[in-house]
Design a binder for this molecule. Structure first.
Ligand code: ZN
Length: 793
């Protein structure tokens, strides 16, 4: 090894001498006749070799040291080294990136969206990454028409016509440019001009409509419903209203959920929603609607379905308004003819300070449920093909170039997006800076490849990430180790909050949060020194108080296609507020007030919370790219799955005794599923001892073990998808049918059992099928842990 190094150094030395000497020599040749040029070269080479050997010999100490220094990076994941790298994260850079990307509104499909993509491309190129921009031509949605005449709500008042505001009021010191900002609207709403009497429907959930129907026999046909934002995904509210045949739906941010006095003050005095703030937001998730299941590559000749063929689109007009406008709509001028009939349940309160009528009390009028106010909703929203851009940066792995750890964040925002998503963009860019620095200054390259992804058009429906997964699905399914997502990196400063696709990745996440110092000084004073300590305090795990509760991933951000379509192990990282605070989300979510001023004045003046997310993300990425054996935990995975299956079994037996008798063959299949779960546990334990004894110098063995670890969740992807949801293919978890933000574990089982519970088409046959599909997947996962010649168990 040493001799090789010396010879290499000599050759480099001779090359330098030769290139310096040659032009000089060439000139001499031109001026004089040269009798023997070969001899001259020979003497030169021999001399240079001798000098080179001597230089290399005497400098051999430092050469060996250098090689060893470099080799330390190739010896796999090393805690101390990684901690040093993680500490290279600096708030000042995060601040610079946040200011770059949140300086102007950058809605997907607009010129600023393209400018930001190009700026990022140049930034990553400058850091030395292999960089790519991928354009996608997709259906996007914008408010259109004369802003004074469309996208508004109105009703006739005794003193004239009342109309909702077109824009939020300018508040605080930030400079708002209305011409660059999109007015409040709901993406992919139906367009239309409708009228109807107004009915308040609480959060617009299925159970809210059901409550009014059961209790007061309300017929929603011909009504305009008004619902509070919060609890469930806004698109699910629109779908529910449409299912109940409402003419249109108005959404507002209730003060009780977005500006509770117990929490603080409205912007610009605090971070709560001011009365004129409006939450924008799309009604759809799941990628480009014209190219379901295939990528919307930017090709004019690519096949696209027609708009008429889009399944589950929103046809009714949907419009968001401020709470001061909701106040005007819900405030009744006279209650003379109204009869107080019954109080609504307490969670129907909204906190609107209505002077004349408290609408949290139920009123009847002529025996019909309404406020006797006819309102008009006029929505004019386009759906148009535009191009938007993913940007990707890759650092190639040394030993396993074809295994990828994917780190992603979306770039597009409804407005300036200083929190959603630029807090996440800035934290991701900082880790790309640190990795590039370590690579350039210390020669380090990861064992596996890291791919950074800046997703396009997430806000309009997770479009960039879904299209990419559709474009490269097979490659990702075979090669992606894990996906680390951050969308909103800092929405509060009380605690960290982690979401995972399964407990396979739990240990890495816990380790990372234990390795990162607590950014909250008061928490440190109280003895909680790490991010983990505070997380555990705010999100205690019921079964084990020594660790925090890991929330299962639902939807609402770019991890969705990785989890639901490919079964790639995923996490989502965020700093958040105390979950006990009565807040629906961070209050200024998707409003005009999400500016740099908001972040630097109220959220994170020194960017220390942003830096914490960067550090956690970086730690996890390094752990996943550099560990010889992937730090996944099949035992924890099998225990978690076993517990979920047991809970389901209990629930199914209850439904069988309370609602409809379970046929014997279904009962037998349920017992079989429990046995499969035990088998997986057993195999995981024996696999664990294989993991501990593997010879790490035998690369093929290491690779084989790692592939088996990587694929565990992938065995639960079923090509048919879940009942009535063909694109949701993960049998382990999916976004809930009634709230896309939250997750349903074992969705095939619970969704079909729910039908029996609700006495809809009582059919155990569907449950039986889902039990069998899951049983098969559990057994395959167990079998996959065996070595290839012996997999059929
Ligand atoms: Zn976002």
């Amino acid at each position: 090894m040493l001799v090789c190094c010396i010879i290499k150094t000599q050759l480099e030395y001779i090359y330098i001498l030769y290139t310096v000497y040659l032009p000089f020599n060439h000139k001499i040749r031109m001026s004089k006749s040269n009798k023997c040029p070969c001899l001259k070269y020979f003497i030169f080479l021999a001399g240079a070799f001798a000098i080179g050997f001597l230089i290399a010999w005497f400098s051999r100490g430092s050469l060996v040291e250098n090689v060893e220094k470099n080799q330390t990076f190739y010896k796999g994941f090393q805690e101390k080294l990684v901690n040093n790298i993680v500490e290279m994260v600096e708030g000042k850079y995060i601040k610079k990136y946040l200011r770059t990307y949140a300086g102007k509104p950058h809605l997907a499909g607009t010129p600023q969206d393209k400018i930001n993509a190009e700026t990022l491309y140049k930034f990553w190129k400058g850091l030395g990454y292999e960089t790519k921009i991928i354009p996608y031509k997709v259906l996007l949605s914008y408010p259109v028409g004369d802003p004074k005449e469309s996208n508004l709500v109105e009703f006739a008042k005794s003193n004239g016509l009342w109309r909702s505001a077109i824009f939020e009021k300018k508040l605080g010191k930030a400079i708002y440019n209305y011409s660059e900002m999109v007015q409040p609207f709901n993406g992919f709403s139906g367009s239309g001009d409708v009228r109807g009497t107004l009915v308040y429907v609480n959060y617009g959930r299925e159970e809210d409509f059901q409550y009014l129907k059961n209790k007061f026999n309300i017929n929603f046909q011909g009504k305009i419903v008004i619902a509070k934002y919060g609890k469930i995904f806004r698109g699910d509210k629109a779908k529910t209203a449409q299912r109940w045949k409402a003419e249109g739906i108005i959404l507002f941010t209730a003060p009780l959920d977005y500006a509770p006095e117990s929490v603080g003050k409205p912007f610009p005095e605090g971070i709560l929603m001011p009365s004129s703030g409006v939450q924008r937001g799309s009604l759809l998730l799941g990628g480009d609607q014209l190219t379901p299941d295939f990528a919307a590559t930017n090709n004019t000749y690519s096949y696209r379905i027609s708009e008429a063929e889009i399944s589950d689109s929103i046809k009714i007009p949907v419009i968001p308004i401020s709470y001061e406008d909701a106040q005007s709509l819900l405030e009744h001028e006279t209650i003379d003819d109204a009869t107080i009939k019954e109080k609504l349940p307490s969670d129907w309160k909204h906190g609107l300070k209505l002077k004349k009528i408290d609408t949290s009390i139920y009123f009847t009028y002529d025996n019909s449920f309404n406020l006797q106010r006819t309102v008009r909703v006029n929505v004019n929203v386009s759906k148009e093909l535009r191009t938007t851009y993913n940007v990707h940066a890759t650092i190639k792995g040394t030993t396993e170039e074809d295994r990828y750890v994917i780190v992603g964040n979306h770039r597009d925002a409804w407005t300036h997006g200083s929190i959603d998503p630029s807090s996440g963009t800035a934290t991701m860019l900082e880790i790309s800076r640190v990795i590039s620095k370590v690579h350039r200054e210390r020669g380090w390259r990861p064992r596996r490849s890291i791919i950074f992804c800046s997703w396009a058009a997430e806000e309009q429906g997770l479009i960039g990430s879904t299209e990419w997964v559709e474009q490269y699905g097979h490659i990702l399914s075979n090669r992606a180790i894990a996906y680390i997502n951050t969308d909103i990196a800092v929405q509060g400063t009380d605690t960290f909050r982690g979401r995972v696709s399964s407990s396979l990745i739990e240990t890495v996440l816990l380790e990372a949060t234990k390795a990162v110092k607590n950014p909250n000084k008061q928490e440190i004073k109280d003895g909680r020194n790490t991010v983990f300590d505070t997380w555990k305090k705010y999100y205690p795990c019921k079964q084990n108080p020594e660790k925090p509760y890991l929330i299962p991933l639902g939807s609402g951000s770019d991890f969705e296609p990785f989890v639901t379509r490919l079964g790639v192990t995923s996490v989502d990282l965020r700093y958040s507020f105390d979950p006990r605070k009565p807040l629906s989300s961070y209050p200024l979510y998707h409003t005009m007030y999400e500016t740099i001023e908001l972040v630097e004045k109220y959220y994170d003046p020194d960017y220390s919370y942003h830096a914490s997310i960067s550090k956690i993300m970086l730690y996890m990425a390094l752990r996943l790219v550099d560990s010889d054996i992937l730090p996944f935990e099949p035992i924890l995975f099998s225990e978690q799955l076993g517990n979920s299956i047991k809970s389901f079994s209990k629930k199914a037996m209850n439904v069988a005794s309370d609602v409809a008798k379970m046929p014997n063959k279904v009962k037998d299949s349920l017992d079989d599923l429990l046995r499969a779960a035990d088998e997986l546990k057993k195999r995981s334990k024996s696999f664990d001892s294989v993991l501990k004894s593997v010879d790490k110098t035998r690369h093929l063995n290491v690779r084989s073990i790692n592939d088996r670890l990587m694929e565990i969740e992938r065995h639960f992807i079923h090509p048919q998808g879940l009942p009535n949801r063909p694109r949701m293919r993960n049998l382990l978890l999916s976004p809930s049918v009634y709230n896309s933000y939250s997750a349903t574990p074992l969705p095939g089982l619970y969704d079909t059992l729910f039908e029996i519970e609700k006495k809809q088409k009582t059919s155990w046959k569907k449950v039986h099928k889902q039990i069998s599909l899951l049983s098969n997947a559990v057994r395959e996962a167990a079998a996959s842990l065996e070595c290839t010649s012996n997999f059929m168990i």
